[in-house]
Design a binder for this molecule. Structure first.
Ligand code: FES
Length: 150
């Protein structure tokens, strides 16, 4: 099996895996990085949302073979130096209910705020609409993003 080297949360990692194995399984089952969640496996729910070279992406549809030299950040990396302001806002607004989708929600929110430091409600709804929350925490997600943007 080929070895794939990429940067994960600031550290270079090398993983032997089939080229077409999705990064989500490499993260969760090979590297033990379980913040990105498995919801749908086909890129539609957002539970696995992480960052690739600073942009939000979905590891469940990213083959590990395409990652050579690229930088992946998961929720674990986001909080590695202490709580990120978006994580703090999530706690302040008591966003999580069951919590399953929240790592992906937070990573999507961080990417949004990097692109748009003062998003409107419409901007937030547009950016976050592909991150599904079965508990319906959308109102608190919007409030937390606004709090983090202050
Ligand atoms: Fe990746 Fe649903 S598990 S988008």
């Amino acid at each position: 099996m080929p070895a794939h080297r990429f940067i994960l949360n600031g550290q270079t990692v090398s993983v032997e895996a089939p080229e077409d194995l999705s990064l989500l399984w490499v993260l969760r089952d090979v590297l033990g990085v379980t913040g990105p969640k498995y919801g749908c496996g086909v890129g539609v729910c957002g539970a696995c949302t992480s960052h690739l070279d600073g942009e939000a992406f979905r590891p469940c549809i990213q083959p590990v073979g395409g990652l050579s030299g690229r930088a992946v950040v998961t929720i674990e990396g986001l909080g590695a130096q202490g709580l990120h302001p978006v994580q703090q806002a999530w706690m302040d607004e008591d966003v999580a209910q069951c919590g399953f989708c929240q790592p992906g929600q937070i990573m999507a929110a961080v990417a949004l705020l990097k692109r748009n430091a003062q998003p409107s409600d419409a901007d937030i709804d547009a950016a976050m609409s592909d991150n599904v929350c079965r508990c319906g925490t959308y109102v608190r997600i919007r409030a937390a993003i606004k709090r983090a943007a202050l």
